[in-house]
Ligand binder design. Structure first.
Ligand SMILES: Nc1ncnc2c1ncn2[C@@H]1O[C@H](COP(=O)(O)OP(=O)(O)OP(=O)(O)O)[C@@H](O)[C@H]1O
Ligand SMILES: [Mg+2]
Length: 448
């Protein structure tokens, strides 16, 4: 299975004048669950490219009429940035190199092994995904003060962030799950002198142990089976910005040793590489585990702990600052309602009291989920006590309490799906297997 992303099949445009090549590539890609279209000429390719965004374009260099090179130039002039793999015949290698110079991402020489094509496509997608992730992170990093809270604890936190933002000190952020550790890390970066540089976040608990070293430090082409191209590690990608090591407590011991060495020497070496690359990024790590206890039990290296814990930020649980609930509630309702494409409701005084009395084991994330459900249950634009359901459930499951009518279940499914697709009705309709028109009609009956 081609690891593209959870919801989308990859679409590739194959531009080649030889019908057999188009058909056999299409068949081969199909086996890897990749969708494709074939265009028999440069001119036909332009028509496809005008109508649709492809995830990648395989472009034969030599075509009758408009050449592959001309198609590539046309694409880039038009701002069509889909990655291009140029396909050249043996004698055309210098041309293929020129194509790389004018913006193709890679090239293949005919005849080629289709497996090689799959690896190249995989690399293109992986790079694109990393670029997108870093771009998205840069965008959110610029959004200014996102740490809502007026209680003394939150004010102190804000002062602490101001104090360290202008330095490059290493920070360890601790706190229960959902207390805003990642928000705080982004805030430190957003207030720093290097806020224009990348903020790269990595969830240590989410990376397979065997891939962690290459993910963090990068690798050279051929350094291990499957390393088809050079890859920059996240330390390198963070540049002079910030590297956020989330769930640092999940780091396996052998990697802890390597990370310690990198922090001591402030330089990395790609796997299979021969030269050192300086580490200039600020390192922020976070965990909801008790690292001190882990050190005591021999599960986390003490020397690494001291390297990471140079400056400590402790996020308070929400139950210790219930005074912030009205303000946070307002902020989160704004956020959730706009994600769902709804007008922003208000909370009644009783609803606020009910929330203030609740201990929030899942902290702010749980408050956000509760408010999301409340918007779905709410009648009109006011969230009352009754709309607040304090039982946390996994977000993806459609819950069906016994008192819920079939209509209410349907309404919840539709609104949740709309929320997942940022209000895009066509996509929600696709997911639910109903027509867009049905969604529009339903929304009308709900009074939206
Ligand atoms: N002070 C805050 N102001 C506004 N929103 C916040 C604040 N803190 C957290 N949030 C929101 O709460 C949710 C959880 O925050 P975040 O992901 O930073 O928590 P976390 O501590 O990293 O949690 P985990 O340990 O589960 O990874 C996010 O949606 C975030 O936007
Ligand atoms: Mg987190």
């Amino acid at each position: 299975m081609f690891p593209y992303n959870e919801s989308k099949t990859m679409r590739v445009l194959i531009v080649d004048d030889e019908r057999n090549i188009r058909l056999s590539l299409k068949k081969y890609l199909g086996l890897e669950h990749i969708d494709s279209e074939g265009a028999e000429s440069g001119e036909a390719a332009l028509e496809y490219l005008e109508g649709e965004t492809f995830d990648a374009v395989l472009l034969d260099l030599k075509l009758p009429g408009m050449s592959g090179q001309a198609v590539l130039e046309w694409m880039r002039q038009r701002g069509i940035l889909s990655p291009v793999i140029m396909i050249s015949a043996h004698g055309q290698i210098p041309d293929a190199v020129n194509a790389l110079k004018s913006g193709a991402q890679d090239y293949l020489v005919k005849p080629f092994d289709p497996a090689e094509l799959i690896i190249k496509l995989q690399n293109l997608i992986e790079n694109k995904r990393r670029e997108n992730r870093i771009e998205a992170e840069e965008r959110t990093a610029g959004q200014g003060n996102t740490l809502i809270g007026n209680t003394p604890a939150m004010k102190r936190l804000s002062q602490q962030i101001d104090k360290i933002a202008g330095t490059d000190i290493t920070v360890l952020i601790t706190g229960e799950s959902g207390t805003g550790k990642e928000v705080a890390a982004r805030e430190i970066h957003a207030r720093s002198l290097n806020k224009g540089e990348p903020f790269v976040a990595v969830n240590i608990g989410g990376i397979h142990e065997g891939l962690m070293e290459s993910e963090l430090f990068g690798h050279e082409k051929g350094s291990f089976t499957g390393a088809a191209a050079r890859k920059q590690g996240l330390f390198e990608l963070a540049g002079r910005g910030c590297l956020f090591l989330d769930e640092i407590g999940e780091m396996p011991m052998p990697l802890q040793v390597k990370l310690l060495r990198v922090l001591q020497e402030r330089k990395i070496r790609r796997l299979g590489g021969v030269s050192d690359i300086p580490v200039n990024a600020r390192i922020i790590s976070a965990t909801n585990r008790d690292l001190e206890a882990m050190v005591g039990e021999g599960r986390f290296r003490e020397d690494l702990y001291y390297r990471l814990n140079v400056f400590r930020i402790e996020l308070p649980p929400l139950r210790d600052r219930p005074e912030d609930i009205p303000l946070l509630g307002e902020h989160l309702l704004n956020k959730v309602a706009s994600r769902m494409g709804r007008s922003v409701p208000t909370l009644t005084a009783e609803a606020v009291d009910r929330l203030r009395a609740y201990p929030f084991p899942g902290n702010i994330r749980e408050l956000e989920n509760i408010l999301e459900r409340a918007i779905i249950y709410a009648e009109g634009n006011v969230i009352t006590n009754e709309a607040i359901d304090l039982h946390e459930r996994p977000a993806a499951v459609i819950t069906t309490p016994e008192t819920m009518s079939l209509e209410a279940i349907e309404k919840e499914a539709i609104l949740k799906s709309l929320a997942r697709y940022q209000g895009n009705r066509t996509k929600a309709a696709g997911e639910l297997g109903i027509s867009r028109k049905t969604i529009l009609n339903k929304l009308k009956t709900y009074g939206f």
